[in-house]
Design a binder for this molecule. Structure first.
Ligand SMILES: [Zn+2]
Length: 110
């Protein structure tokens, strides 16, 4: 299993946050295609501007999936980052919400 991250942009000035969705959404899946299928079932979509759903000036709401690793120590300085709320969806059905830092292919729990 791998972990895939979807990064939400507050297109139009607001976040979409519910039981499944958050500023970051991390989905454990066998591959990228499965992660995308699971994400779409939760309401995540890509290319929102092109689809006329998202604000043209703010850009697309959802980006991803990016394959990420959970790290215990970041290789990058944290001072320029704010932790963001992340909903994790594990392959066994477990869910949890955590504050996390994210850069590139690394996620650091707060
Ligand atoms: Zn806008």
């Amino acid at each position: 299993m791998k972990l895939y991250l979807f990064d939400q942009n507050n297109s139009g000035g607001g976040w979409v946050i519910d039981d499944n969705l958050d500023q970051f959404v991390a989905i454990e899946a066998a591959d990228e295609a499965s992660a995308l299928t699971a994400a779409e079932a939760m309401g995540i979509y890509l290319n929102g501007v092109e689809k006329d759903v998202d604000c043209e000036c703010c850009g697309d709401r959802w980006f991803g999936p990016t394959e990420v690793k959970i790290v215990t120590k970041a290789a990058w300085p944290l001072n320029n980052f704010l932790p963001r709320e992340t909903k994790f969806h594990y392959a066994d059905g477990r869910r949890e919400t955590k504050e996390c830092y994210h850069l590139g292919k690394e996620i650091l729990f707060l």
